[in-house]
Design a protein around this ligand. Structure first.
Ligand SMILES: Nc1nc2c(ncn2[C@@H]2O[C@H](COP(=O)(O)OP(=O)(O)OP(=O)(O)O)[C@@H](O)[C@H]2O)c(=O)[nH]1
Length: 218
């Protein structure tokens, strides 16, 4: 067994309604870049990160794209994500109240799904709600204090980000998720897990290739 196989693995599902910046945040975290236009592909990115607290972690990030008309992305086909993920990043746009309402409903649905009635309590997932597009202050439709209070009431972490303007916001969010997951795991040992069945697994090299294809298209 090599050292990579001994690394703790953390699975993160990035969810939210369409056009809120799920791919932008994921790509910003993985490459430190904002390219403005993202392929609408569903992919699991595998990446090794040095966690702020503790050793290196192998991260699987499932960027779940959402169709334009899909206002309830948690309503169907999400069971595999719920069982697969250690943590959920629920993204909304601070300029789009519907996307915020959807993120709250998603957080609620995750909480209910991870604690099925009549079953022994299962470890609740780490859920962080992220209000993205903080740079678009003139178009803001969701207040910071309101969002902080409502997400806290659901037991979620909360951040506001700008994938477009900040190089550090995405890093802060993903590191907070990693810290919360490893905090929960302490004593339980690393989880052995794989990318979800049937999903395309991309390393950083494939992601960079996809990004350079996008640049060349422009
Ligand atoms: N101003 C601003 N625009 C952003 C930001 N993040 C993303 N965008 C833009 O918002 C649009 C949607 O971004 P994506 O990352 O593709 O959004 P998504 O949630 O992955 O969208 P789907 O694939 O449709 O689910 C793109 O035009 C991005 O350039 C941000 O922080 N600020």
């Amino acid at each position: 067994m090599n050292s990579a196989e001994n690394r703790p693995v953390t699975n993160i599902a990035v969810m939210g309604t369409s056009q809120v910046g799920k791919s932008a945040l994921t790509v910003r975290f993985l490459t430190r870049r904002f390219i403005g236009e993202y392929c609408n592909i569903e992919a699991v990115y595998t990446h090794c990160v040095a966690a702020t607290q503790g050793d290196a972690v192998l991260l699987n990030i499932w960027d779940c794209p959402c169709r334009e008309d899909e206002r309830r992305p948690w309503a169907s086909g999400h069971e595999s994500r719920i069982t697969w993920a250690d943590a959920f990043l629920l993204v909304y746009s601070v300029c789009d109240r519907d996307s915020f309402n959807a993120a709250l409903q998603m957080a609620q649905a995750l909480r209910d799904a991870r604690r099925p009635a009549g079953h022994a309590a299962r470890a609740p997932a780490v859920v962080v709600v992220v209000g993205n597009k903080r740079d678009l202050q003139h178009a803001r439709a969701v207040g910071t204090q309101e969002a902080r209070a409502l997400t806290a009431a659901l037991g979620c972490g909360f951040f506001e980000t700008s994938a477009a303007e900040s190089r550090d916001d995405a890093e802060t969010v993903f590191q907070a998720l990693l810290g919360a997951v490893s905090g929960k795991r302490r004593g339980g040992g690393p989880k052995a897990c794989r990318p979800p069945m049937g999903k395309r697994v991309l390393g950083l090299r494939s992601l960079l290739k996809t990004l350079s294809m996008l640049f060349l298209r422009k």
